[in-house]
Ligand binder design. Sequence first.
Ligand SMILES: O=C(O)CCC(=O)C(=O)O
Length: 291
Amino acid sequence: MIGSGAKDARRFTDEPGDRMQRPSMAGGERVVVLEYAARRRSGDERTACRTAAPDVRSIGARVDEHDWPELSQHLDAHGYAILPKLLSESETAALVASYDEPRTFRSRIVMAQHGFGRGEYKYFAYPLPGIVAGLRSSLYRRLVPVANRWNGLMGIDLRFPETHDEFRRVCHEAGQLRPTPLLLQYTEGDFNALHQDVYGDHVFPLQAAILLSAPGADFTGGEFVLVEQRPRMQSRAEVVPLGRGDCVVWAVRHRHVRGTRGTYRVSMRHGVSRVRSGRRHTLGVIFHDAT
Ligand SMILES: O=C(O)CCC(=O)C(=O)O
């Protein structure tokens, strides 16, 4: 059954009056070496993998078609990158239509009730729809080298495993069992306050979102916004232009920036500006699961 619950709403900002306490690893100083040995899968994981299998290939092929060296360079330089037209119009329409199917989701969050903005979102239940599972595993596989390289550059001794199944097992063994991919819905006047999506100690440092509505036709306003805070400097905003079906990938919490005195860490937050008219939907793909 869908219900609103603060337990699901694990987001925080870097601003005074944070919504949530930062988990102990959030500063990235703690050195953690994870054991990624193959383990027996739980029944739940087996079901999720089997359900996802038919769509993984086609989505995976589309993800692979992109120029990943160029995307990685853009991620390094700007903290985000865009994969244009990753989903077709019919796929975006089907995902939007699924918003009203109660059995697809495990919970519904009304953002105003938690001070997260205005609008609402729903977390998918396991097993995820094939297209969502396919996006999660194929994007993860391409982003792991970036995540591991970034950790190296930021002096973090943590390395992520090659596949999303392995990473999900690590999350599950640490009690982060609940799926985090979500569908967001905004109507006129709605917005998403700047935040970071952290749901436990295990945090994959990149996340993705796919815009499911057409700017200018389905809605106006509602731009995806990234804000970065450099040490001892004022915050800088970047508005990311997206069309329907485009996927944006960005840094969940931190990225490294090369300065005159070496590499330093920049804190990132993301959100959505006020929707001026119409209705806007997004698919959010977060790679770590939630406690
Ligand atoms: O609706 C959007 O574009 C932003 C989605 C978002 O904030 C998220 O997935 O965490």
